[in-house]
Design a protein around this ligand. Structure first.
Ligand code: NDP
Ligand code: BG6
Length: 487
């Protein structure tokens, strides 16, 4: 097993402990870190929400949900017992200063030097109030971190208001804004791939790269989250954060080191160099879609409006052609695409290099394809370099396009932590490198706000697509016009 990075003992309060995120991702992540021996025994975990539950009832709820979400990972009784002994529950309305803050305080270690983390798995509209309530209740110590889930706001103005409100109670160094894509193994590996291999960086620019594609396709629909999702849509829910963070990591200049602000300084330069969308350019460079009923994996899937129970103009699919106006990327399109209820769950970053300037073989040898680097984030993580080779055998000089393949499943057989496990431990270590700084979030919103404004000004159409397809036909046309296609 790989060596664990030890963390100091900590107290962790999860606000919104009865919600989907807490029970599906956060409690399992903490349990896995406990199981691997990374969480010191003197740590405490407190779930807090408004429901009247005893600690035992909450432990039973967390356990039941764990089993439901991880059916192939049976609970080890002894390990769970140890975890449950560290897990408490507090009935609390985190948005209300008059709630049971004294009860929460009593569950925390009074030692002021101990790490303390408050995780806001809550509606973002109350983040400012919750931050103020923590401070007012005297729970803020110099070692305290607050962890804010996305979305930070709904647009630039509301993001600024949330950041201002939280900033009145906590310094920026104490604020950990989560984008769980930054915790994914393959996303972190992108930095190593780019900057720890001498062969890529000299080629990583407009001279050699033809274009970049970033796709995050999901087969799930909005489902039980439809009422939240309908106010958000794919652009706010996925592009403003996950896809833009991926774009930053692909496009940024080499950071001097992996220190938080060094990396974040490079990312913000990319965000500021993104060409704004305007009413004049938006129709040509963006596609909005919404799924209709269809079939995924042989099973019928309802349409978005059926799930929501009413008509809606919210996009569940978006494709964009973006440009980064700087020296490195001038003229290189970045195609971004994300959608729900697509044919399969698949997230890839594709770097398409230019074709060779001259072919040394005739057309009878077969098609000459350009080198393509594919970084697959999920489901089967890996890195693939597509190259031209000679097809071996007696057939003369025949070309074949083949992959040099790094499959994580085959190469790394041990289990490695998922994104939330990694990010939670990074909070405890105080490592901000995997979290978004305030200016990044706001720069991303500024770019997205322009798109939303241009969509509204130009009444950009919402194209239907069938659940189980690859999105509306207009998405293929966005690339087809440039002589390209989605991979
Ligand atoms: P849910 O609606 O499932 O849960 C929200 C939780 O917050 C519940 O436990 C609710 O419990 C609690 N809550 C609401 N208001 C208050 C309050 N005033 N004081 C204390 N507790 C409160 O939401 P999710 O878990 O899905 O999402 C939580 C946050 O995480 C949101 O910001 C969401 O956007 C974000 N997020 C969620 C993801 C997911 O996969 N679910 C992914 C990425 C981000 P009660 O009403 O009993 O208090
Ligand atoms: C969340 C979005 O941030 O990311 C969801 O709110 C989406 O709509 C999810 O389903 C995707 O995350 P992952 O890790 O499953 O790709």
């Amino acid at each position: 097993m790989a060596k664990l990075i030890p963390v100091d003992p900590f107290d962790c309060v999860v606000f919104g402990a009865t919600g989907d995120l807490a029970l599906r991702k956060l409690m399992p992540a903490l349990y896995h870190r406990w199981r691997d021996g990374q969480i010191p025994a003197s740590s405490r975990i407190v779930g807090a929400a408004r429901a009247a539950l005893s600690a035992d009832e909450y432990r039973a709820m967390a356990r039941e949900k764990y089993q439901a979400f991880f059916p192939d990972d049976p609970i080890d009784e002894k390990t769970w017992k140890g975890f449950a002994e560290r897990l408490a529950y507090c009935e609390l309305d985190a948005g209300d200063a008059g709630s049971n803050w004294a009860d929460l305080s009593a569950l925390l270690d009074p030692a002021s030097g101990k790490k303390r983390m408050f995780y806001f798995a809550l509606p973002p509209s109350i983040y400012g109030d919750v931050a103020a309530n923590i401070a007012r209740a005297g729970l803020k110590t110099p070692q305290t971190a607050v962890v804010l889930e996305k979305p930070i706001g709904f647009d630039l103005a509301s993001a600024r208001a949330i950041n201002d409100a939280v900033g009145r109670s906590f310094e920026e160094r104490q604020v950990f804004r989560i984008d769980h894509y930054l915790g994914k193994e393959t996303v972190q590996n992108l930095l190593i791939l780019r900057f720890a291999n001498a062969i890529f960086e000299p080629l990583w620019n407009a001279n050699v790269i033809d274009h970049v594609q970033i796709s995050v396709n999901e087969s799930i629909g909005a489902g039980g989250r439809a009422s939240y999702y309908d106010k958000s849509g794919a652009l706010r829910d996925m592009v403003q954060n996950h896809l833009m963070q991926l774009l930053c990591l692909v496009a940024m200049e080499p950071p001097l080191e992996l220190a938080a602000d060094v990396v974040r300084d490079e990312k913000i330069k990319v965000l500021r160099a993104l060409r704004p969308f305007t009413a004049a350019t938006v129709k040509e460079n963006s596609v909005r879609g919404q799924y209709r009923a269809g079939v995924i994996d042989g099973r019928p899937a309802p349409g978005y409006e059926e799930e929501l129970g009413r008509k809606s103009d919210t996009e569940t699919f978006v494709a964009l052609k973006a440009h980064i106006d700087n020296w490195r990327w001038a003229g290189v399109p970045f195609y971004l695409r994300t959608g729900k209820r697509m044919s399969a769950r698949r997230s890839d970053i594709v770097i398409q290099f230019k074709n060779v300037a001259h072919s040394i073989v005739g057309p009878e040898a077969g098609a000459l394809h350009p080198v393509r680097l594919v970084i697959r984030l999920q489901p089967d993580e890996g890195v693939k370099l597509m190259l031209m080779t000679k097809d071996p055998g007696p057939g003369g000089m025949r070309l074949k396009y083949v992959p040099l393949n790094l499959s994580y499943a085959e190469t790394f057989t041990r289990r490695y932590p998922d994104a939330y496990e990694r990010l939670l431990m990074a909070v405890v270590r105080g490592d901000l490198a995997l979290f978004m700084r305030r200016d990044e979030v706001e720069a991303a919103w500024a770019w997205v706000d322009d798109i939303l404004q241009a969509w509204s000004d130009e009444a950009v159409k919402l194209y239907p697509y069938t659940a189980g397809s690859d999105g509306p036909a207009q998405s293929a046309m966005l690339l087809d016009r440039d002589g390209r296609e989605w991979f």
